[in-house]
Structure formats: C-alpha cells, structure tokens
Write a protein that binds this ligand. Structure first.
Ligand SMILES: *Cc1c(COP(=O)(O)O)cnc(C)c1O
Length: 805
C-alpha cells in the first residue's frame, strides 16, 4: 500500500501544476487541475508498473491474456486513487486548496470502448485480476471513436460521434517500439521445404499495429497490470510515404485513411451480427497483433515454444477474438516450424472461450468468399481445422452426415465462429448457471457430448470497488461502521451485514442513505431536464441497452396501463413512483428506437398531466454509460431485470443494483436465478414465464398474442392507444411496435407476461409501504451481493481454466 501524507500530496500537486502549465492552484482551470492530478497518479503508479512488468518478465509465472473486442472502462481517476489507497488523502488535500474532487473528476471523459455488458465485464475482470495479483492483461482495440453519444431530440434518439480522444487521453502510453505488422489480402501458395509442406503468403498489404498501454492498478497491493489497445497506422515514415506517392496525393491519402479506418470506430451493436468486412478486419487486426506480442514476450524468457501453453493462457471474450486460434496456429506452424499436431495441441491448451449468447442472430458467421480474400492463409488453416475435425467426427459417429453437418465449422458457404472457438479451445464457459445449462443441454448439446468436460460455468461478476466503494460512498461508510473493512479485500464478508438486517438503527441509516442518493439523482434530473421528481417516491429503474428481449416495452406498456387506471379512477391507491429509463439503441434497430420514442412520448404526457403528477413520473435519462450508471444505480429502490426468460445470458446490471440495495423485479433468467438463491425468495420479486416455457412455446407454438388482445381489456386498451391518436403522435408512429406485438405474434412474450408483471408491480407497491420490511430486504440484498463480486468469478477462472491460482 502506498504511503502518502496530505502535505506531501499538496506539495506534489502544486509542483505538477507548475511543471505542466506554469500555473499555481489559484490560476489553474478545472481541466488543468484534472490533468495535473492524473499526471500525479501516473507518477505514483508508474514505478509499480515498471516493477510489475519486470517481475512478470523474469519469473516463470503463467501470464493470462484477456482478449476482448470491447473494454468499457469508464473513468479511471477515482478508481486509480481508490486502488492506490490514497483517495481520502487526495480529497482532503484538494479540499484544503478549496478544490472539490467531485468537481474535477468530471473533467475525465468516459472511455466508451464498449457497447454494454460484454465490455463492462472485461473491465471488471481487469480490476479483479490486478487486485488478486494475477498476471492478467487486456488485449483490445483503441477505437478512435467509442460508442456514439446519445441525445434525445423531440423524443427520438440522435447519435453523435464520441470523439473521446480529441483532447488526448491521459492514461495511455504509446509504445511505438512494440509495434507489430499485420497482413491482409494477397494469396497463398504451398511449396515443399525439407520434406515439409510450407505455406507462402504473398502480395499482401501490411498494416502497422501500434500498442497503447493503459495501467490497471490492483487494490492496495502494488500490482499494476496492462490493458494493451492496438491502433492501426500506415507503415513507413510519413515523409517516405508522401514522396513515394508524390504524383498521386489523394490516392496516398486514401491508403492512409483505409488503414486508419480499421481502428476508427466501435460497432454500436451489442447483439446481432452483420458480417461486415471492416469488422472482420478489426477482429484479425487486434488478435494478430496481440498474439505476436505475446509470442515476442514469451520468447524473451528463453523457453522452448513447445512450452507456450505452460506460460500463457488466452481467454477469448465471445467469438469476436476467435481468430486467435488460427493465428496462433499460423505462427507456430509457419514461423516456428512446428508440426500441425504439435501446434494444434499447444493452441487448444492455451486458448479458452467464453460464450455470451444463445440468440441465433448474434452468432458470428463469416461468408467464405469474404474471409478467404481478406485472410487467405488463415482461411487455409480454418479449412484444415475443419477437415480434421470432420474426420474425427466420422470416426466417432460413422456417416451420420446430419450430425456432422450440424457440427462442422464450415458449412453452407459460411465459417461458424462459435464452432471454431469450441474446437480450438480447451474450455468453453457460459456466464450463468441457466445459460450454461441451456448451452450444454440444448444449443451446443452435440458439442458437449463430443467434448466431454470442456463445458463449464463461470457466472459473471462485477467489481465491488467501482460499483460500491466508488459509486456509493455513503453506503460504504455505513458498511465500515457496521462490519468493518475486510469485505473490501474479501467481498464474501459482506454477508456479515445480514446480522444487521433487523437492527432498526442500521435500517434507518440505510434508509437515509438511499434517500440522500435519490435526492442527488433528483437534483441531476431537475438540472438536466427540468423535471421535478420526489425522492419520497419509489425509484423504479431500468437501465441497460435497449433491446426487444430486455423488454423495456413491457415496463412502458405497464406504465401506460397504470396511467389509464389512474385517469379512470383518481381514487386508486398507489404509492408514488418514479419510473426511470436509460438505454441506448443500436442506430439501425428500428423497433428499439421506436420504443425510445414511445417511452419519451409517454413521459411527456404523464409528466404534464396534473391528474396523475403526484403519483407517477417518467424520466428517460439520455446517454447511458458507466459514469451515468454509477450515478443512477445507488439511487434505485427497484431494479428491473425483466428479460424474456432464456434470453439474457447473465446480466451484470442486476448485480450492481442489488449491491446498492435495490430489490430486483425480475424473471427467472440469467443470473437473476442465482440472485434469488442468494437472497432468498422472500427478498426478490419474481414473475413471468420460465425458460422452459419460453423455449417450449418458441419450439412448439401454442401462444397467440392476438387472443390476449381480444380477451384482456387492459391489454387491448394499451395496444389500441399505440395507434389511435391517444399519444399525440402521428397514427403510424408506433406501427412497428404494434406489428411486433400483434402482427408478428410478440416474439418476446411481452403480452404473455403482462398480467403477471402487473401483479408483481402491485406486490412492490405493497411492500414499499412497509418501510421496515423493505429496508430489511434491501440490506439482505447488499449482504448477499458479495457472491457476485468479479473477484469470485476471476478466482474460478484462475483455478479452473487458467490454472494460475
Ligand atoms: C453493467 C452495464 C451494462 C450491462 O447491463 P445489463 O443490465 O446486464 O444489460 C451495460 N452498460 C453499462 C454502462 C453498464 O455499466
């Protein structure tokens, strides 16, 4: 742990301001204060970074590499100060200068290098690996533009580019000397050399991959790991490059742009696969650079390449980095001259794969033609993996062609990346118990039968350092007063809070904290949208990506129905409620965008109707991201986790909310089930179809949403109101929603679960009135949340997959 006195810090801070900007504390702008503080943190952390790197390069410890297309790390300043153990000293020191830390931390832009859950998981894992002292590093892409910024204009989502690097990024270190070359296109021919078939890849175009390293600081343990993000640049000095192409400046620029475009923008899609060429380029680019860099580091240790799997573990986050498999094979075979058999064994032992989805439209498939022309050598390797795998299948199953066809990596003109990832790795994990069960028993049943023991579960987790210590300092303080500080190192100790669930003074303190957090959010909403929300109302929150299966529409239709009932009978007794939404939609997802417009239309109507205003309010907070989540989640009473059962692989938002004392209103889906098991049935509100029921309906039919429309007057009324002018929009405004629910038979069972959801909401209403009971439930949720710390998740990866603990 770092030793730093307040006086030393104040001196250092003044010195930094002078050395960077020739300013004193009085003169410096907020932005300069932020930069000076961040530079100081770097000064404090970089010595440890050097030490950690030295240690890793000299000792024989296995290195873990987490390959992910996305790292949604958010802001780092406060996180770094917490993990260095100097947050209080720094806050106090700044205070004495008359500077508010809360104010200057806002200067940092969120690194929005991810869409949602998958990218945030990668960020939580980095934090936990560093804290547990695991030599675990991230490998990803330095997108010039992160996920778009969302603005709501007239109720519609408008996307604005997120130019997060515009003013530079203080935490990164460019390492030009560690650049790699990645080759695209060209052709492959085979020759025989020393009696061995040798592949020659030629006529390719080369791209320079330049790493930018970000330090990942462990919690009070002196460890600093690395997140390495790759940026694409043209090869050659700019001078040569221009003189060479003197005659055709614009063509030369075209080349430069086409190279740089590889890492210019994050695909704003967290689910469906579009099979775009640029995406495939991105995938190969960061995977190839990452593998080359790993091999280079490994070789410096002087160990034979055949021992690579003893010293390196690579986890691939979904199939986006699955090209790590053929790329590692390529290097082992073409550059290290290993035999196929040896190379394949090493590759499989090195790589493990995390599956994140079972939705068919999200499973990555690449057309052979595109793949082959962009990555000709890699294609021949994938073909060979497939050929040998199919021969093994024939060995085992004879000529059951149907089975072999179902399992093949290459089929019907496409390369199936999930199949490649399963065949080329030694571990395949799902991300929650239910999800893994569905993988093993349904979606990937054939693979589970063939590769006995390869499939396993690793339920997702969240770092309690960001999602509790950082996001909720008030609750952190109460925890320290009641159960001490051990839980910070060992989150399982949070369970000790359970003892206080019936302690009325703790309950009252807990309630006050929640009220303060709600008041903060209410102020934020007032400032931003001029909407007055009452901190005494129930804060009922659904914050996550907008998607059909996540069913924001169910929540919104319920609100419309509630509004109808209140208008009909002003006397009905409901506890005042504030419904809060926050969600970005994929820009091309028409239904999702229409749902945003629907929510905002509803919000306008309700918030301006004096008849219902003291009872319900609806707020859509734009631009959901990590920093906003840190603000919203600690203020929640109700956490809406209402996905169609079987569709949400795990969810991690659900964990963040429970950790901050919200009661989950959820379906039996993903990790909600494990949350229910942890808190007990009486401390969560469960409703709706089960996964088995959903799967059964989807497979065998038997559900007709039109029947519900015809037989349930409340449902009929809200559906009619979508189109009948009730909502002050053009009659066709919500046509896609209508068609989705009625014409196309409600794919996500929104109407099917409507009645049960409505009853669950009534339960919440009743429960909240019993303040004592509610606080007890909320405290039990916090106490049980330690189980979902990513420290626990990472310990399981480390022991069971990577074998490093
Ligand atoms: C945790 C998190 C998510 C994932 O939320 P789910 O509810 O699990 O979908 C998405 N976006 C951000 C910014 C998050 O912090």
């Amino acid at each position: 742990m770092m030793q730093l006195s307040k006086e030393q810090f104040k001196k250092d801070f003044e010195r930094k301001l002078i050395s960077l900007f020739a300013e004193d504390v009085k003169e410096a702008s907020r932005s300069h204060k932020f930069i000076a503080l961040a530079e100081l943190v770097k000064e404090y952390a970089f010595e440890r970074w050097l030490k950690t790197n030295k240690k890793y390069s000299t000792e024989d410890k296995k290195q873990v590499y987490y390959f992910s297309m996305e790292f949604l790390i958010g802001r780092l300043l406060e996180n770094n100060l917490i993990n260095l153990g100097i947050i209080d000293i720094v806050k106090e020191g700044l205070e004495e200068f008359g500077i508010s830390f809360e104010d200057i931390k806002l200067e940092e832009k969120d690194a929005g290098l991810g869409n949602g859950g998958l990218g945030r998981l990668a960020a939580c894992f980095l934090d936990s690996m560093a804290t547990l002292g695991i030599a675990g590093h991230g490998n990803g892409i330095r997108y010039k533009y992160g996920l778009f910024e969302q603005k709501i204009v007239n109720g519609y989502q408008v996307e604005v580019p997120d130019n997060w690097l515009k003013d530079g990024y203080v935490w990164e270190v460019r390492r030009r000397d560690k650049a790699c070359i990645v080759n695209f296109g060209g052709n492959v021919r085979f020759t025989v050399e020393d009696g061995r078939l040798k592949a020659i890849h030629e006529n390719y175009e080369s791209v320079l991959a330049v790493p930018y390293d970000i330090p990942i600081i462990g919690f009070k343990n002196g460890v600093v790991n690395t997140l390495r993000l790759w940026s694409a640049e043209p090869i050659g000095e700019d001078f040569d490059f221009f003189s060479f192409s003197m005659g055709d400046y614009s063509k030369a620029m075209e080349y430069k742009y086409s190279v740089e475009s590889i890492t210019s923008v994050l695909y704003p899609d967290d689910r469906t696969e579009k099979g775009r060429l640029l995406r495939l380029k991105q995938e190969y680019f960061f995977v190839s650079a990452g593998i080359q860099s790993i091999i280079r580091t490994f070789k410096k240790k002087g160990k034979p390449i055949t021992e690579l799997d003893k010293y390196v573990a690579i986890q691939i986050n979904d199939t986006h980095p699955a090209l790590a498999i053929p790329e590692l094979l390529r290097i082992l075979i073409d550059e290290e001259n290993l035999s196929w058999e040896e190379a394949f064994k090493i590759t499989v032992n090195t790589i493990s794969y995390t599956n994140h989805t079972i939705m068919a439209e999200a499973l990555e498939k690449w057309p052979i033609d595109m793949f082959k022309s962009l990555l000709p050598r890699i294609f021949t390797i994938v073909e060979e993996i497939n050929r040998r795998f199919c021969l093994d299948l024939i060995d085992k199953y004879g000529h059951d062609l149907d089975k072999i066809n179902k399992m093949a990596i290459i089929r019907d003109g496409y390369i199936n990346m999930a199949h490649l990832a399963i065949v080329g790795s030694h571990s395949v994990n799902g991300v929650a118990k239910l999800h893994t069960k569905i993988l093993k028993e349904k979606e990937l049943k054939l693979f589970n039968e063939y590769f006995e023991g390869k499939f396993n579960n690793k339920t997702n987790g969240i770092t309690h350092r960001r999602w509790l210590l950082q996001a909720n300092p008030r609750l952190t303080k109460l925890l320290k007063e009641t159960i001490g500080e051990e839980w910070i190192k060992d989150p399982n100790k949070l369970i000790e809070l359970k003892k206080f669930a019936k302690d009325s003074s703790v309950k009252e303190k807990f309630y006050k904290i929640k009220q303060q957090n709600k008041t903060d959010l209410a102020k934020f909403i007032k400032n931003k949208y001029d909407i007055t929300v009452d901190p005494n109302s129930i804060f009922d929150i659904q914050a996550k990506r907008l998607h059909g299966y996540k069913r924001q529409l169910l929540n919104a239709l319920y609100i419309l129905d509630l509004y109808n009932r209140l208008k009909e009978d002003k006397g009905i007794d409901i506890y005042p409620r504030t419904f809060i939404f926050s969600a970005k939609a994929f820009p091309g997802y028409i239904l999702a965008k229409e749902i945003i417009k629907f929510i905002n239309t509803l919000a306008n109507k309700i918030n301006s109707d004096d008849d219902v205003n003291d009872k319900i309010k609806v707020v859509f907070i734009e631009n959901y991201g990590v920093s906003l989540a840190e603000k919203i989640i600690p203020s929640a009473n109700v956490s809406q986790q209402i996905s169609t059962a079987s569709k949400e692989a795990s969810g991690t938002g659900n964990m963040k909310f429970m950790m901050n004392g919200a009661i989950t209103l959820g379906t039996l889906d993903g990790a909600n089930i494990e949350i229910k098991d942890a808190v007990g049935e009486e401390n969560i509100i469960i409703f709706g179809l089960t996964a088995d029921e959903v799967i059964n309906y989807s497979k065998n039919g038997g559900y007709r949403s039109l029947d519900l429309y015809n037989n349930n007057p409340r449902i009929k009324r809200v559906i009619d109101q979508l189109l009948n002018g009730f909502l002050d929009v053009s009659p066709s405004e919500f046509m896609n929603i209508y068609n989705h629910l009625i014409t196309y038979n409600d794919e996500f069972f929104v109407l099917k679960d409507f009645e049960d959801y409505s009853k669950a909401q009534d339960k919440i209403d009743k429960l909240y009135r019993d303040r004592d009971k509610w606080n007890e439930m909320a405290i039990i949720n916090v106490a049980a949340s330690g189980q979902f710390s990513s420290d626990n998740t990472i310990i399981r990866y480390a022991r069971e997959i990577w074998k490093v603990l």
